[in-house]
Design a protein around this ligand. Structure first.
Ligand code: GLU
Length: 510
């Protein structure tokens, strides 16, 4: 079975002149090849993830190659940030990181090899002169360097080079059609008459992107090149270069573009899109992985929640969509909430404490003091939170002794009728001073107090919640009482009553 049949696509005639195909018995080797000119952003992370998933599913090799040839724009800090981002996402690589700059001698010598074989030529036309022609007549510019080289002749060309005149080396694009069976887009063809003779070695002797990538993909025996579809126009050039160098041509898969909510290509304009910034927002790595997987891929049913292991099993390039994916922050937070719920309170504890800042020790001591209560607290907040940052913010109310009162909450549940609120809180203070401190006993007692005061339970629970948490909403009030413990609950009731007494003259009726 040929590779096309293996991917469920129909073999189609007529065959193109320059095709890409990989023997299907070859072990999969994929690579992620970021340029360290910025942080690991959503698009790059998605490419890395899909390569990683394909490698893990197929038992193949995932190679990390840092394309640092643009020395002016690359930096070791960015390389570190990209590697950190991948580690955070759990995308472990099997080989590398290789650095493209280390292969520069090989890139150069392969460019010279093409020159020697007559598959490339010296171009003495200055970039300025070519730009001027392009401005005037783009069609003429396309083959201008080739015509100039032919007019010059090999002998003259060599003589000028030897005399020290600067020249670039251009690959002579052969006439014909380049076709490949893209693993996402299916049969894809380019007429080579539209492709310029690309520079492979610049006048300063540095290799170009296409030369370096083809040389590296060959040297690293890459069998499948999976990358963003902004690279699709490079692919025919790269296939031709592989052929010219006598290398096996890898397969290609071009992943759909990622758009921002406004339908434009996702970029910095849409806010922070680096993986690092999501870590800072309190997104879990497993949620980020889940979210990235759904950018351009679907399992085919409505299933949205996947663990890393489930993704490895479910992922398939056949289900990568051709159309662009839209980045949806609300969905990311929703997925994060779901993954938070799947986490044990023990595993969330360090994440929570890491977000406490200077009050970390106080919070830690409180968690240690009552391990059972700590577990209950983290569980309750976890199920309501969307991010780790939410979780940490909410837990401050319970773990620290100072907390803010939400004015809306105090306005509504205390100051509409301060006398009534004071009466309820005083009765609660009296009633809770002696009662078994369990959820059941507390609930029975609070309901009895409400009965005795001739109101529904809600009427006493609302001011109580504001007294205990400062908030309009919280986990169940009896659980909140259990978490705080008797002493702190009574203190908070005292504090609330004092506030009401002080504030009732100054807060206008609303
Ligand atoms: N370094 C290129 C980029 O970051 C990737 C090249 C490739 O995957 O072929 O866009």
């Amino acid at each position: 079975m040929g590779p096309r049949a293996a991917h469920g696509r129909v073999r189609r005639a007529p065959p193109a002149l320059f095709t890409a195909a990989t023997p299907s018995d070859m072990t999969l080797r994929v690579r992620f090849a970021p340029s360290p000119t910025g942080f690991l952003h959503v698009g790059g992370a998605r490419t890395a993830l899909f390569n990683w998933l394909e490698a893990r599913r197929e038992g193949g090799t995932f190679i990390l190659r840092v394309e640092d040839t643009d020395q002016a724009r690359s930096s070791p800090e960015m390389t570190r940030a990209i590697l950190d981002g991948m580690r955070w996402l759990g995308l472990d690589w099997d080989e590398g990181p290789y650095f493209q700059s280390e292969g520069i001698d090989r890139h150069r010598s392969q460019a010279l090899e093409l020159l020697e074989k007559g598959l490339a030529y010296r171009d003495f036309v200055s970039p300025e002169a070519l730009a001027a022609i392009r401005e005037e007549d783009p069609d003429r510019a396309l083959r201008h360097p080739r015509r100039q080289a032919e007019a010059l002749g090999e002998e003259e060309s060599r003589a000028r080079a030897e005399a020290g005149e600067p020249f670039a080396i251009r690959f002579r694009v052969p006439d014909g059609v380049v076709e490949w069976n893209d693993r996402v887009h299916g049969e894809t063809r380019f007429d080579t008459r539209e492709i310029e003779d690309l520079v492979i070695l610049r006048a300063d002797s540095t290799p170009t992107y296409n030369m370096a990538v083809v040389s590296d993909d060959g040297a690293m025996r890459v069998t499948l090149v999976m990358r963003g579809d902004d690279h699709i126009s490079n692919t025919p050039k790269q296939i031709l270069l592989h052929r010219a160098l006598g290398q096996p041509v890898p397969e290609f898969a071009h992943l759909p573009m990622i758009l921002g909510p406004d339908g434009k290509r996702l970029s910095k304009r849409h806010g922070a899109t680096s993986v690092e910034s999501y870590e800072g927002e309190g997104i879990l790595p497993e949620a980020m992985v889940n979210f990235l997987a759904l950018l351009g891929w679907s399992a085919g049913d409505d299933e949205q929640i996947f663990t890393r292991e489930e993704l490895v099993r479910a992922f398939s390039l056949d289900r990568v969509l051709k159309k662009s994916a839209v980045f949806d922050q609300t969905k990311l937070e929703w997925l994060n909430g779901r993954h938070l719920t799947a986490r044990s309170p023990e595993s969330l504890r360090p994440e929570l404490l890491a977000r406490f800042g200077p009050e970390r020790e106080v919070a830690e001591a409180r968690l240690d003091q009552d391990p059972e209560g700590a577990r209950l607290l983290i569980t309750l907040l976890r199920d309501r939170a969307r991010t780790l940052n939410d979780l940490a913010t909410q837990s401050r109310i319970y773990l620290l002794d100072t907390f803010e009162y939400d004015e809306k909450a105090t306005g509504k549940h205390w100051f509409r009728d301060p006398e009534m609120a004071l009466g309820h809180l005083q009765a609660l203070h009296n009633g809770l001073a002696e009662v078994d401190w369990t959820e059941e006993a507390l609930e029975a007692r609070v309901r009895a107090i409400a009965d005795a005061r001739g109101v529904g339970a809600g009427k006493v629970i609302h001011p109580l919640r504001v007294a205990l948490t400062g908030q309009m909403a919280s986990p169940g009030i009896f659980e909140v009482l259990v978490i705080l413990g008797r002493e702190r609950a009574l203190q908070r009731l005292d504090g609330a009553m004092e506030r009401i007494r002080k504030g009732k003259q100054t807060i206008p009726e609303s």
